[in-house]
Design a protein around this ligand. Structure first.
Ligand SMILES: Nc1ncnc2c1ncn2[C@@H]1O[C@H](COP(=O)(O)OP(=O)(O)OP(=O)(O)O)[C@@H](O)[C@H]1O
Ligand SMILES: Nc1ncnc2c1ncn2[C@@H]1O[C@H](COP(=O)(O)OP(=O)(O)OP(=O)(O)O)[C@@H](O)[C@H]1O
Ligand SMILES: [Mg+2]
Ligand SMILES: [Mg+2]
Lengths: 256, 256
C-alpha cells in the first residue's frame, strides 16, 4: 500500500517541483515504485521529466470528471519504477470550476484510492497557493513534505500553511501528518541561510530533515534537459543530497 | 493621473514582491508619488514593508465589498511618497468567494478608479497564479511588468502568461500593454543565467529592460528587517540596480 505524500508550500519558488522530481527518482534508484501526480497548472513536474504539456492526451484534470481513463493517464518515464499522471493547460481553469462541484476537495483522493496498491510511494506536486488544488493534495495525502527556502518570506509563510494543514486535518483528512520539513537553497556563504536554518530547526526540531539541499546550479539546469538530477549530473552535490534525502525518508518511514 | 502597473508572473519566487517594493521605493527617491496594492494572500509586500498582517485593520479584501473604507485602508510607509493598501489573511478565501460574484474581475479596478488622480504610479503585487486575483490585477492595470528569474521553469511559463494577458486584453481590458520584462536573479557565474537571458532578449527584444537584477543576498535580507533595499543597504548592487531600473521605467514612460 502506497504512502501518499503531498509536497506543498504556498510560497512560490521554494523547490517543491525540484524535490518532487529528484526525491522520487532517488527512491526509484533504491528499488521503490513511485507514482507522481502533477496538480500544478504550471505543469513543471510534467515538463521537468521531459513531457510537453501541449501533447498530453489525458491529464489529472480529465480524471476529475472521468476516472475511466486512469490507465491512459499514467505515463512511464525514462526512470525505471517512476510513473507520472501529468498536468496540462486545462488545469488552469480547474480551481474556478471545482468551487461549485460536489466533493470538490476529494477529487484527487478518489483517483488515488484505486491506485494505492500498485506503488510504494505516491507524490503530489502542488501549485504555490492554498486554493482548492492544494487542498485536494492535502486531503488525498497521508503526510506532507514542506520545502522551505532559506530566506525570510519562505519562513514567514509557514504559519499560514500550518493553519491550513490543521483545518484540513480537522475537517477533511484526520490522518494528515507532517512527514518532514526540508531546508532548500541553502547558501553556506550567507549569514541569512544560516539564520533561517537555525530558526526553523529550533522551532520544528525533529520534524526537520537532517539532509539540507544546498543551492546548486546543476539542479536548476536539469529541468531544461527534461531530466532528474541523477541523469543530468550524478556527481553533483544536488544529486548526492537528494540521494541522502531519499535514504532518510525511507529510514523515517521504517521507524514509523 | 497615475500609471497603473501590475507586477505578475504565475511562476513562483521570481522576484515579483522584491521588484514591487524596491522599484516603487526608488521611484519615490526620484520624487514620484506611489501607491502599492498587495493582492497576494501571502501579504509579502505588506510584511516586507514592516507591517504585521495580523494587525491590519482594513485590507484590500475589505474594499472588495465596501469602498467607503478606502481612506482607512491606505497606510503611509517610512518612505516619503510611498503608500500601501495592504493584504491580510482574509484574502486567502477571496478567490473562492469571488467566483460567484458580479463584476468579479473588476473589483480592484473599481477601487483604483477613485485613487488614480492622487499618484504618479500605482503598483499591484500579484500572487503566483493566474486565478481571479491576478486577473483582477491585469484588468485594473494600464500595463504589466513581468519579472523573469534566469532559470528554466520561469522561461517556460511565459507562454501561458502571455496567453492570459491576451485573453484579458481581448475581453476585459483593451488597453493592457506589456510595460517591460525584467530579468531577475541573474548569476554571472553560471552559464544557465547567460543562456536564459540571451533567449529572453532574442525573443522579446526591446520589451526587455536593459537593467538586469543580479542575485544579491542583501535583497533577500531586507524584508527580514521590514525595509526596502535602499534603507537596508544603499550601497549594495541590489540597491543600485533597482535605482537604475527606476530611471529606466521613467525614461520609457516619457518616450510613451
Ligand atoms: N537547490 C537548488 N539550487 C539551485 N536552484 C534550485 C534549487 N532548487 C530549485 N532550484 C531552481 O529554483 C527555481 C524554483 O524551484 P522550483 O520550481 O522547484 O520551486 P517550486 O516551489 O516548485 O516553484 P512554484 O512555486 O512555482 O511551483 C527553479 O528554477 C529551480 O530549477
Ligand atoms: N535579486 C535577488 N537576489 C537574491 N534574492 C532575491 C532576489 N530577488 C528576490 N530574492 C529573494 O528570493 C525569494 C523570492 O523573491 P520574491 O518573494 O520577491 O518573489 P515572488 O515572485 O514575489 O514570490 P511569490 O511567487 O511567492 O510571490 C525571496 O526570498 C526574496 O527575498
Ligand atoms: Mg513547482
Ligand atoms: Mg510575492
Amino acid at each position: 500500500m502506497a504512502r501518499i505524500i503531498t509536497i506543498a508550500n504556498q510560497k512560490g519558488g521554494v523547490g517543491k517541483t525540484t524535490t518532487t522530481i529528484n526525491l522520487s527518482t532517488c527512491l526509484c534508484d533504491l528499488n521503490k515504485k513511485v507514482l507522481l501526480i502533477d496538480i500544478d497548472p504550471q505543469g513543471n513536474t510534467t515538463s521537468g521529466l521531459g513531457y510537453s504539456k501541449n501533447k498530453i492526451a489525458v491529464s489529472i484534470y480529465d480524471l476529475f470528471s472521468d476516472q475511466e481513463k486512469i490507465n491512459q493517464a499514467i505515463l512511464n518515464t525514462s526512470i525505471p519504477g517512476l510513473s507520472l499522471i501529468p498536468a496540462n493547460i486545462s488545469l488552469t481553469g480547474a480551481e474556478i470550476e471545482l468551487v461549485n462541484l460536489e466533493q470538490r476537495e476529494f477529487r484527487v483522493k478518489s483517483i488515488l484510492d484505486s491506485l494505492k496498491e500498485n506503488y510504494d510511494y505516491i507524490f503530489i506536486d502542488c501549485p504555490p497557493s492554498l486554493g482548492l488544488l492544494t487542498i485536494n493534495g492535502l486531503t488525498a495525502a497521508n503526510s506532507i513534505i514542506i520545502p522551505v527556502q532559506c530566506a525570510y518570506y519562505a519562513m514567514e509563510g509557514l504559519g499560514q500553511l500550518l493553519n491550513t494543514i490543521k483545518l484540513v486535518k480537522d475537517r477533511l483528512n484526520r490522518s494528515l501528518k507532517i512527514e518532514g520539513i526540508l531546508l532548500t537553497m541553502y547558501d553556506a556563504r550567507t549569514n541569512l541561510s544560516y539564520q533561517v536554518a537555525k530558526e526553523i530547526k529550533t522551532h520544528f526540531r525533529e520534524k526537520v530533515y537532517e539532509t539540507i539541499i544546498p543551492t546548486n546550479v546543476k539542479l536548476a539546469e536539469a529541468p531544461g534537459f527534461g531530466k532528474p538530477i541523477t541523469l543530468h549530473d550524478n556527481q553533483s552535490t544536488g544529486a548526492k543530497c537528494y540521494q541522502k534525502l531519499a535514504e532518510e525518508v525511507i529510514r523515517r518511514n521504517k521507524n514509523g
